[in-house]
Every structure is written in structure tokens, then in C-alpha cells.
Design a protein around this ligand. Structure first.
Ligand code: ATP
Length: 372
């Protein structure tokens, strides 16, 4: 019965004319606006929105070398494709590169890197791969053996952040772009509110961050819905499978990391889904709320300095990567796990974490809690 209803729904939707061009048959309902539009108009609005975001926010300057953080996953694959198309179409004058970090996760990253290697040929973009093993002397497989499954995402998140910077500087990149999308950012706003993490809350909605660090980072998908990029597991809009990556038949890798099988940012994601049922714009509203937060001028923010050991930016004497690495090398892998700095959550974060864990949900992001 359900199947019959679904196919009726498909027939009803596809029989309608596109509400933008009024000529071709509608092929999907846009999750962002609920408009029924055709494939061609979808490509146009999807790409034009990203172009507008790039131009209005002055993300790039002609001649810049841009490292695209390429994991082989849906977001960064679509980002690489769209950015290379827009670069040609609008003459941005950018030198684009794919930059992949090999965390050393057998059965996951080795497979997704194969996808990136194919993307290198498909999009004609040079690829640079840097590995945790060469940078830190440890693979994630080895780290998980030492620390177990509980805190491994913290290592991975901290190391990846620095690895992207180091990789980008090896290819003399001026900027790094990542595939963080609107859903990721809205979730992060909520998580930072729950953690009481004022420092991260104040920067998590910025489209460009790290301008005071080694290499600025941009998120051109800041306003792009995940559901428009690729299939989404919690389908509640009809025809959400007709997304950009699907229509364009892009080659991406779609398996979850084997070390964080429950990697969804459970609570925030579910909450946002509930809100979206009432108001499809909820994701954009949350991002806007995050942007509009005013941080009191008396709030103590971490001061940016450099790590005494490796010279990387750090608000402490030693950067988090060096602290974690020291723990690993001394056989004390738990050294440096946990975070109790002033203004960074402390007790509030612990309380929210306990509360969520009681409900069987996790506060941690896909790759630890240091994603922005
Ligand atoms: N191993 C990696 N190498 C290079 N860039 C990475 C890597 N992992 C993540 N990134 C960058 O960080 C972004 C966010 O990654 P994350 O894994 O949190 O989200 P995701 O939604 O699974 O992204 P994707 O679909 O691109 O894998 C990615 O879109 C990509 O730009």
C-alpha cells in the first residue's frame, strides 16, 4: 500500500511543470523552498546560489591557490566539482587543488582516497595527499589500538585540522575550502550553545575563519542544504533522492568512518529535523541566530599564540596536537583528553554531556569536538 502511495506521489510531482521555467516537467521538490522544479533549473539555482555566496562574501581573489579539503565524501566531492565549474564559468582565476588527509584508517580512508584519485582525473585537479603517519608517526588504526574507540575522534579531529594546514602550506595554498554545509553549521551552533562554548560559538558561523592563523579557511556551502547535495538518510520530503550529486552522477564515497559508527551529531540533528517539519527554513534560521549572537566584551576569550614545540597556532603553551602526541609517545594516550579551559564550557559542557549521554546521544561531532 505504502509503495502504491509513494508511486502515486511521484507521478503527481513529476507531472507538474517546473515552477521556475514553467516549461519542463518538475523533477524534484527543493527542500529549502519546497518549490517543484526541473533538473536544469535545479542545477542553475544550486550553482548560482553558491556563486552568489562566493561573490558576496569575497571568498577568493584572482590568482589565489585554493586547496579543496577532499575526503572523497559527498560534500567535498560536490564542492570540488562545483568550484571547478564556477571557476571556469565565471573566470575566478583560481588555481584549484585537491588536498586529502590520509588518517590511516584501513577499510575506510584507503577506499575513499581511491575515489579522490579518480576525481583528480575526472575534474583535472592536481591532488596532494598527506598522511598522519608521515606527519605524526601514528596512523588512526594505531591510535585506536592505544586509546580504544571512546576518545579516538578527539585525536582525529585535532590532527586533521593541523594536517590540512600543513598540507596546504606544502602546496603553497592561499586558502583552504571545506565541504561543511548548512546542516553541519546549524548543528554546530546548537552544540556550542549546549556546551556554553562562547569562543567557538562566536566563530562557527563565519564563512571564513583562521584569518589570523597560517591559512584562512572558507565554507562555500555555508547556506547549502545537505539534502540538496546528496541523499539523506532521514527522508521526510518526497523525492529528496533527486539531489545534485545524484543527478550529476558524481563519483563519491559514502561509507561512515568505521571508528565512529554512531557519528551523527545525534541530539542537534534530530532536533533540527523536528524543527524542519514545522518550518523548512529552520536550518537557515539557526545559522542566522548564530550570526546574530553578540558576545559580551567582558567575556574572556582564549588568546592566540604559538605552540612552543611545533610553532603551530595555539592558545596554550603547547598546541593540542603536541599534547596528544606526547601522551601517545609516552604511552599515556589519555593525557590531553578533556577540555577545561576558562570560557570553553567546563562544567556546563560536562553537565550537557552527561545529560545527553543519559539519553543515549553524543555531544561529539563526526570527528571529535574540534571541528570549527
Ligand atoms: N580526510 C580528509 N581530507 C581532506 N579533507 C577532509 C578530510 N576529512 C574531512 N575533510 C574536509 O572537511 C569537511 C567536513 O568533513 P566531515 O567529515 O566532517 O563532513 P562530511 O559531511 O562527511 O564531508 P564529506 O562528505 O566531504 O566527507 C569535508 O567536506 C572536507 O572538505
Amino acid at each position: 500500500m505504502e509503495g502504491v502511495e509513494a508511486s502515486e506521489k511521484v507521478k503527481r510531482t513529476t507531472a507538474r511543470l517546473c515552477s521556475l521555467c514553467n516549461q519542463r516537467k518538475a523533477a524534484l521538490k527543493r527542500p529549502k523552498t519546497l518549490e517543484q522544479i526541473c533538473r536544469e533549473c535545479f542545477y542553475n539555482v544550486f550553482e548560482d546560489e553558491i556563486h552568489r555566496v562566493i561573490i558576496e562574501n569575497n571568498l577568493f581573489k584572482p590568482g589565489e591557490r585554493i586547496a579543496i579539503g577532499a575526503s572523497g565524501g559527498k560534500d567535498s566531492t560536490v564542492l570540488a566539482y562545483v568550484l571547478s565549474e564556477l571557476n571556469k564559468r565565471h573566470n575566478y582565476g583560481l588555481d584549484l587543488f585537491l588536498l586529502s588527509i590520509d588518517e590511516g584508517i584501513t577499510g575506510y580512508r584507503d577506499d575513499s582516497l581511491e575515489t579522490v584519485k579518480r576525481n583528480e582525473i575526472q575534474y583535472g585537479l592536481p591532488l596532494k595527499i598527506v598522511s598522519y603517519k608521515e606527519l605524526y608517526g601514528w596512523t588512526m588504526d594505531e591510535i585506536v589500538k592505544a586509546i580504544g574507540l571512546k576518545n579516538n575522534c578527539t585525536f582525529c579531529g585535532v590532527f586533521r585540522r593541523q594536517a590540512l594546514d600543513r598540507g596546504a602550506s606544502l602546496i603553497h595554498a592561499d586558502k583552504i575550502v571545506t565541504g561543511h554545509n548548512a546542516d553541519d553549521i546549524a548543528e554546530t551552533v546548537l552544540l556550542n550553545i549546549l556546551r556554553g562554548d562562547i569562543a567557538r560559538l562566536s566563530r562557527c558561523t563565519s564563512i571564513t575563519t583562521g584569518e589570523d592563523g597560517p591559512i584562512p579557511r572558507c565554507k562555500p556551502f555555508k547556506y547549502t542544504y545537505e539534502k540538496e547535495i546528496v541523499i539523506y538518510p532521514f527522508i521526510f520530503f518526497s523525492l529528496t533522492f533527486n539531489t545534485y550529486a545524484y543527478f550529476k552522477k558524481l563519483d563519491y564515497f559514502s561509507t561512515e568512518c568505521i571508528y565512529s559508527p554512531n557519528a551523527y551529531r545525534g541530539f542537534a540533528r534530530e532536533f533540527i529535523k523536528d524543527l524542519e517539519r514545522i518550518r523548512p527554513r529552520a536550518i537557515l534560521d539557526i545559522i542566522r541566530s548564530g550570526e546574530d549572537f553578540r558576545i559580551s566584551t567582558t567575556t574572556r576569550m582564549p588568546e592566540q599564540g604559538t605552540c612552543q614545540r611545533c610553532g603551530y597556532i595555539s592558545s596554550q603553551k603547547m598546541c593540542k596536537a603536541c599534547v596528544l602526541l606526547e601522551g601517545l609517545n609516552r604511552g599515556l594516550p589519555k593525557l590531553g583528553i578533556g577540555r577545561k579551559k576558562p570560557g570553553s564550557g567546563g562544567q556546563d559542557q560536562e553537565q550537557s554531556k552527561r545529560l545527553l549521554e543519559k539519553k543515549g546521544l553524543s555531544l561529539h561531532g563526526k570527528h571529535g569536538n574540534v571541528d570549527y
